[in-house]
Every structure is written in structure tokens, then in C-alpha cells.
Design a protein around this ligand. Structure first.
Ligand SMILES: Cc1cc2nc3c(=O)[nH]c(=O)nc-3n(C[C@H](O)[C@H](O)[C@H](O)COP(=O)(O)OP(=O)(O)OC[C@H]3O[C@@H](n4cnc5c(N)ncnc54)[C@H](O)[C@@H]3O)c2cc1C
Length: 372
């Protein structure tokens, strides 16, 4: 079965429920169920573990298409893929069935990194873990976890208090001490249940992903490349949807006293052109970045650092312009332009934020240590 055969049924369900998911801030359960049965949750996992063995370019295609249908579903999907790729990089020996379950869609995963103390600096958890002989005691408050209360397993970062290094653990949702600790009503991605969570759990050492103290490297080498590319892909999907909606609306809306459409106004046409060109340029850059992840080159790190910032900022510009050209109609839910606008903003504040990425990129091109 090719990817579009798997994707189309999911898109149909996601499109159908997107408006309701956004309005009610409800988790897109039907779209996630469709994703589970489509096989796409295992998109980039190897065929050996039951995945589809696809690569970064396919992630771009699938995630951008999902975002055009329902931004919340796309972000839930991306957090699953990012968590699954982290598990795949160093499968925890104590959970031998985890990777196949993530690949086949039996288990939905998410990343639980951000904490109130270190805010968007997700690579620097403040919460501490301690060894107690038998296992590891985690006491981690996480400020936003996409799919909170809906995922089957959480990939949780923590500071090893004994070594002052970062560890990442796979924590199944049914572990005693896992709780959703608050409510979240967002402006964008309103359906993705990004509630705060608390992990007051004891887990065996064998649930650790990678070696002791290996969490920071995993974040840089695995989480950032997949998440940044996927988040950029979401921005492209939202931007495309906004451009399409703006062209549709301004072409159909009439100025009857002038006997012309809105799009016949030169200013509107110019705005539509700028949006389309901005989208085309950014799409090319994201595709190029996907290629650099698939076949690493000298500038792959620069692409990892820049792709999310570039696509997020383009999505902010493009969705803002869509609101502008659609005028008062953009405030009506029937165009859905407001949803793309709000979702684009939510995607851009997700860490690493564009401003942090520009700072890192600037350090990289001037020969300064990026995380120094
Ligand atoms: C919809 C949504 C879903 C989310 N899902 C998850 C999830 O599943 N898992 C998870 O772990 N987290 C998640 N998050 C959290 C997210 O990744 C960020 O950690 C969070 O949005 C940061 O918000 P803050 O207020 O703490 O930002 P702050 O860190 O307070 O940032 C405020 C401003 O400071 C700027 N800034 C910060 N550091 C730097 C720097 N070094 N250089 C330049 N500028 C800087 C930022 O760019 C921003 O403009 C989610 C957030 C949202 C909104």
C-alpha cells in the first residue's frame, strides 16, 4: 500500500472533525484512531520493528498534509513520531515490546520535556531523578505535554541529581504516579490536550532511553532533527491551507457596485502573490532540509537549526496576510483562516523557539559554541 492510500482516509476524518476539535478544544479521537489503524504512526520506524521504513521527505509529506486538514492532529502525530524516533535511537531494554507497539499504532507516544523552571529550554530539565537501589525515582512536573492523558507512553526528561546530567525515560501511562495535573485551553492547536503533567514515579533503570547521562545528546541528535523538520512541515501545511483559503475567498467575494471580485483589486493580488511566493520559497527550503536529514552533509546541522525558525516565521507572515486579505470574513469560522492563523502561532512558540534557533544558528555560522 502506498503512502497516499494510508493517508487519504486519515485526512478525510481529520478534515471532518477539525472545526469541532478547534471549537470545543476536544482531542481529535477519531483522527487519532484513523492514524493508529493507518500504519502511519510507524512511518519512519524500520520495517524490522513493524514500521514503514520511510524517511524525512515522507515525514514532510504526511505531516504537512495532516496540518492542512487539522493542525491539532498534525501536532499530536508529530509528538508521537518525535518520541518514537527517540525510542528507536536507543530502545530501553526493559520495554522490549515498546518499539513494535509504537510502530503498529498500538501505542501513542508523546514527549514530556518542558518544565516551568527552564521554560522553553527543554534541553535543561530542572526536575531531579534519584537512584534508590532498585530503580529510579522521578519527580518531574512538566508544563505542557501534547496528548496528555491520551498517550500510552511518555518520553520524559529529567536531571540525574547524582551526576548533574540529563536522562530520558520511557514511562508507560499506566505507571503509578503519572497524572495530568492541570487544564490547558490554548489559542492554537486547541485539540491537542497539551496539559501539564506530573510524573511522581519509580521506574527500573532499564526504562532509560540510551546510556546514563545520554539525554542531552539524544535531544540534539534525534529529537531536534525530527521535531524541527516535522514542526516546519506543520507550518507549511498551515500556510498552504491559508493561501488556498485566501485565494478561494478573494476570488469568490464580490464588489457588486464595481462588478469585480476582491482578488481583482491590485493590493489584494499583490498580497496573494507575496504569500504564494513566500510559501513556495519556504517549502523548497523545508524540502531541502528533509533531504539533508535523509543524506547528511556538512550543512545538515545548519538545516536542523534553521528549518523550524524559517517555516514558523513564514507561517506567521502568511497566515497574517490571509487574515488581512480576507478582511472581516476571516473572523468568521466558515473560512477557517483564523484557525490556521492561531495554529501557526502555537507551532512557533513550541521549543526550540525561532528566536532561540536564530541565536544558535548565529553562533554556528560565527564559529561560537552553539550550546556554550
Ligand atoms: C500547543 C503547545 C504544545 C506543546 N507541547 C509540548 C509537548 O508535547 N512537550 C513538551 O515538552 N513541551 C510542549 N510545549 C511547550 C513548548 O515546547 C515550550 O516549552 C513552551 O511553549 C515555551 O513557553 P514559555 O512561556 O516557557 O517560553 P519562554 O521560554 O518563557 O520564552 C519566552 C520568549 O523568550 C524567548 N527566548 C527564550 N530563550 C531564548 C534564547 N535562548 N534566545 C532567544 N530568545 C529566547 C522565546 O523565543 C520567547 O519569545 C507545548 C507548547 C504549546 C504552546
Amino acid at each position: 500500500m502506498d503512502l497516499s492510500d494510508r493517508l487519504e482516509p486519515v485526512l478525510a476524518v481529520a478534515r471532518e472533525s477539525a472545526h469541532q476539535v478547534d471549537t470545543e478544544a476536544s482531542f481529535p479521537a477519531d483522527a487519532v484512531a484513523a492514524l493508529r489503524s493507518s500504519g502511519l504512526l510507524g512511518l519512519c520506524l524500520s520495517e524490522e520493528v513493524g514500521g514503514l521504513g520511510a524517511g524525512p521527505q515522507d515525514l514532510f509529506e504526511v505531516t504537512s498534509s495532516l496540518a492542512g486538514a487539522c493542525g491539532s492532529t498534525a501536532m499530536i502525530y508529530l509528538m508521537h513520531v518525535s518520541a518514537a524516533m527517540t525510542v528507536a535511537a536507543a530502545p530501553p531494554p526493559g520495554l522490549p515490546d515498546l518499539l513494535p507497539a509504537l510502530a503498529t499504532g498500538d501505542m501513542l507516544a508523546s514527549l514530556a520535556f518542558s518544565e516551568a523552571g527552564s521554560r522553553s529550554h527543554f534541553w535543561a530539565p530542572i526536575s531531579k531523578s534519584r537512584h534508590n537501589g532498585a530503580g529510579v525515582i522521578l519527580d518531574a512536573g512538566k508544563s505542557w505535554v501534547t496528548s496528555a492523558g491520551h498517550a500510552d507512553v511518555y518520553v520524559v526528561s529529567t536531571l540525574n541529581a547524582d551526576a548533574d546530567t540529563v536522562d530520558i525515560f520511557a514511562v508507560p501511562a499506566d505507571t503509578t504516579g503519572v497524572s495530568v495535573s492541570g487544564d490547558w485551553r490554548g489559542m492554537g492547536f486547541r485539540g491537542n490536550a497539551s496539559n501539564p503533567m506530573h510524573f511522581a514515579v519509580e521506574v527500573p533503570e532499564s526504562h532509560r532511553i540510551g546510556p546514563a547521562g545520554g539525554g542531552f545528546d539524544l535531544m540534539l541528535q534525534t529529537v531536534m532533527p525530527w521535531f524541527n523538520l516535522g514542526n516546519a512541515s506543520v507550518s507549511i501545511g498551515l500556510s498552504q491551507a491559508a493561501v488556498d483559503a485566501a485565494i478561494r475567498h478573494t476570488s469568490a467575494a464580490r464588489l457588486e457596485h464595481l462588478d469585480q471580485s476582491l482578488s481583482a483589486l491590485p493590493t489584494i493580488r499583490a498580497q496573494l502573490s507575496k504569500m504564494s511566493i513566500d510559501l513556495a520559497c519556504t517549502r523548497s527550503y523545508v524540502e531541502q532540509s528533509a533531504g539533508r536529514l535523509a543524506q547528511p552533509a556538512d550543512d545538515t546541522v545548519l538545516h536542523v537549526l534553521s528549518v523550524k525558525a524559517a517555516a514558523n516565521d513564514a507561517a506567521l507572515r502568511i497566515t497574517d496576510a490571509a487574515m488581512r486579505v480576507c478582511g472581516g470574513a476571516a473572523f468568521s469560522k466558515h473560512l477557517q483562516v483564523d484557525r490556521y492563523f492561531r495554529d501557526a502561532r502555537a507551532g512557533s512558540v513550541m521549543a526550540p523557539t525561532a528566536d532561540a534557533l536564530y541565536d544558535f544558528y548565529g553562533k554556528a555560522i560565527t564559529g561560537q559554541p552553539v550550546f556554550g
